[in-house]
Design a protein around this ligand. Structure first.
Ligand code: DUC
Ligand code: ZN
Ligand code: ZN
Ligand code: ZN
Length: 464
């Protein structure tokens, strides 16, 4: 396959050229390449970028009262249609007392033969940590699970005492700890307080998880990582400026191993959504919640200036009518937390970021593909356009104007948080390991084509 005349954008370069692909790998990049008998794809006037990598999805996540509605087939089809060629899933933690391997084995069964793009799993630390589970971390690191998640809230919350052990292990053996940061006790107190005092409308979801809860948890886990000697840590779904200030403070004191992720919803939506009439606000019941609009520009600036390295999605869809509304209509605390986003990430960030001049095309590639690949042990197999890399490539037509509506999306859910949003620029082709799997928003790939990505610690771990 030969992709001709595209405007090739990587994290560091922008140039016109051709890309020759053989056996799923990029074989040659140059000008006016002529290779006999190759299938030609004309990318004239379009951006040719490394496929998006979404390192924060929740496919088939069982949250007790519901299971997220995208499985590994529908979720990866949606991802592909939105210009994403790899995902790394934050898997469910399984029942109390489980090993680290059990949930991973379970998710292998859920994904193998189903996923249409390549996928990996973050390990998840199950509630308590003992020597057996620390040994499991060693084994999993060898099996290509390079990252582990700890939750500072929810039923599966990991206490600080156990976080220290896990961070020490990551420091010692490589790999990285991803953290959901929210102060558990204050969230529980506020939820109960609002719920018991009749303040049960969706806006109280936001009020029960204020930015202080996130900020405190971020500051605490960064201090613990500092204590352990600059253990590698990755803050997921950063939603507000306060947490960002703590991250900058930690970097200023010399902590280098800190990475931060935000998501499109925190960059382009705000807490006014919770005041929409009727039950509409329940569509946005996610944790952390949408914030006051004043947080958006500081987050964009942090993306631009490198204080935030990744934009991922936290894609965790629940059916609006049957689940979110049915359960949450009288009380926000009963509404399953989560919203879709895996398909809209690339177009929303391209349009709101690149086309509106907030970030360059190179920064776009860096935060949606290159940095996730580097941080999570997939680079340079994934995350760039270079000779020898997997031919995971997306073509974006920057002139294509689209109004996002549920009906044009492939996510297996009955709404999108971005309904009615006009975007300029849209992926028109998605190529995974040299195979065209999406053309003009139509999926033409095959179930089970996706391969498990073994992710290993990069010895030259990038410092930002
Ligand atoms: N937040 C959500 O909204 N859903 C799933 C998990 C999470 O942290
Ligand atoms: Zn399951
Ligand atoms: Zn989370
Ligand atoms: Zn999540």
């Amino acid at each position: 396959m030969l992709i001709k005349n595209g405007l090739i954008a990587t994290a560091g370069d922008l140039y016109q050229g051709d890309i020759y692909i053989e056996d799923g790998i990029i074989k040659e990049i140059g000008k006016d390449l002529n290779i006999e008998d190759s299938e030609i794809i004309d990318a004239d006037g379009k951006y040719v970028i490394p496929g998006g990598i979404d390192v924060h999805t929740h496919f088939h996540l069982d949250v007790g009262i519901a299971v997220s509605s995208d499985d590994f087939r529908t979720g990866t089809i949606a991802a592909a249609c939105g210009g994403t060629t790899s995902i790394v899933d934050h898997i469910g933690q399984g029942p109390r007392g489980t090993t680290l391997h059990d949930p991973i084995n379970h998710y292998h069964k859920l994904a193998d033969g189903k996923a249409v793009i390549d996928y990996g799993f973050h390990g998840v630390i199950p509630y308590e940590v003992d020597d057996d589970r620390l040994k499991e971390m060693d084994q999993l690191l060898e099996d290509g699970i390079e990252s582990f998640k700890i939750y500072m809230t929810y039923g599966q919350m990991v206490h600080d005492e156990d976080s220290i052990k896990v961070l020490k292990k990551a420091k010692e053996k490589g790999g990285i700890i991803a953290v959901h940061p929210e102060n558990n006790d204050t969230v529980n107190y506020l939820k109960k307080y609002y719920s018991e005092n009749g303040m049960t409308a969706p806006i109280y979801h936001a009020k029960s998880r204020p930015e202080e809860c996130e900020g405190e948890a971020i500051n605490r886990i960064l201090n613990i990582a500092h204590l352990v000697g600059d253990a590698p840590i990755y803050i997921v779904h950063l939603s507000a400026k306060l947490g960002l200030d703590y991250i900058k403070m930690a970097r200023d004191r010399g902590q280098e191993n800190i990475y931060a992720e935000t998501c499109p919803q925190y960059l382009v939506l705000d807490e006014e959504k919770y005041n929409l009439p009727g039950t509409e606000g329940l569509k946005y019941v996610i944790s952390p919640p949408l914030r006051n609009k004043a947080n958006q520009e500081p987050l964009w600036r942090a993306v631009r200036e490198g204080d935030i390295q990744v934009i991922a999605t936290d894609h965790c869809p629940f059916l609006f009518e049957k689940e979110k509304e049915a359960m949450g209509k009288d009380d926000f605390t009963k509404c399953p937390n989560g919203a879709p986003g895996v398909e809209t990430r690339m177009p929303v960030i391209f349009s709101e970021g690149v086309m509106k001049g907030r970030i360059s095309i190179n920064k776009f590639v860096e935060v949606t593909s290159t940095n996730p690949a580097k941080i999570y042990g997939m680079y340079p197999q994934k995350g760039t356009i270079a000779v020898g890399s997997d031919a995971d490539i997306v073509i974006i037509d920057k002139d294509k104007e689209v109004t996002i509506t549920k009906s044009m999306l492939h996510e297996n859910v009955d709404y999108t948080p971005y309904e009615g949003m006009k975007v300029k620029g849209y992926p028109v082709m998605t190529i995974v390991r040299g195979k065209v799997i999406v053309k003009d928003n139509e999926f033409i790939g095959e179930e089970g084509y996706g391969k498990f990505i073994k992710r290993y610690k990069n010895d030259e771990l990038v410092r930002f």
